[in-house]
Design a protein around this ligand. Sequence first.
Ligand code: ATP
Ligand code: MG
Length: 368
Amino acid sequence: MFLRSIESENFRNLKNGFTCHDDLNIIYGKNGQGKTNWLEAIYFLATTKSFRTVNLKELVTFGESRMTVLGDVYLSKQIHHRICITFENNRKTFLVNEKKTKIQDYVENLSAVIFNADQLEIVRGSPEARRKFLDFGITCIYPAFIQTLSDYQHCLKQKNALLETAQRKEFSLEKVLQMIEPWNEQIISLSTRIHKARVRYVEKLNAVLQQGLFNDEKIQVQYLSSLDNSDDSSNYAERMREKLAARLSAELSVGHSLVGVHRDDLEIKLNEQDLRKFGSSGQQRSALLNMLLATLEIYHIQNGEYPIFLIDDIDSELDYERIRQLLVFLNGKIQTFVTTSKESFLERFGNIGEIIHVEDGKPMIYQL
Ligand code: ATP
Ligand code: MG
């Protein structure tokens, strides 16, 4: 899939739009001009989300109430769609070829993966970032998984509310246990599904990662279930039921849920060593890059096409040699948008793609 052009109205400080190159788009400009905002607008057009905030009101130009992003998307040479997303009064609406569309149908038109400094949380930060990485990859290929995840969150919320009630002793212990039971059953059933989907996705990741995508560094990942720190799927539901029974008194005393896939983790290894503990900063960056490229590759295996790839501040995340290897890997395959504020980047790589110069939110095609 390719984004042929993008336009925005009242998206942060952005104005007008630009035509995109099929391979490499270099968004260039001084600090604070709107380069990241353009990547964010593209990501929002594709995923209906921002990679910077969950509060979408921040995306609307100061003093305005309605924001729109429009794009021309080519799914193949023959199939071309005009997609449009509007945010107003805290609601998003979607158009495909001028027709109002449901979000599930809208998001199939364009997929995007982002690489930026925040994504380093995946290799350096808490387990939550790694669970999100897995869940994002799974929802890219099975959009219905979004519902499973949101059902799980709903059950956890309900159970946590009950555990809090128990702490305030509003009901008898017996009554609380009776009320928790059906939520536990749902948590077991949803955890089993989520665990299975994540373990399968990890298998797909390993299959792709062992090829050493854009360099020779071989990353290996392993799913770590909080049940027993393994990726063992046998008798998962029964084992979880036992663990829930064993941890019940602990859950009652802390007042929140301690058992389930919201406690799981993903181990990332480089040359058999835990990357988070022993990897250098550069190794962590290229491992992350390999993992994001694996997400693109798995999507491609499933759908026969690649999502678009966005890289913010490319030259502060990677050195020029890694950038060169990466651009060779992406060229002719994956449409890419990168941002840079450095002229030396243009001198080095500017002849490969299109340069879009951003000044005060306005994009202009720039000739070297
Ligand atoms: P850097 O090189 O420092 O990363 P950048 O070109 O990526 O800079 P952006 O983060 O894209 O810069 O844009 C920042 C600009 O966007 C700021 O000047 C900020 O005031 C403006 N901005 C952010 N949100 C809004 C908004 N809701 N309405 C209007 N302007 C906004
Ligand atoms: Mg920026």
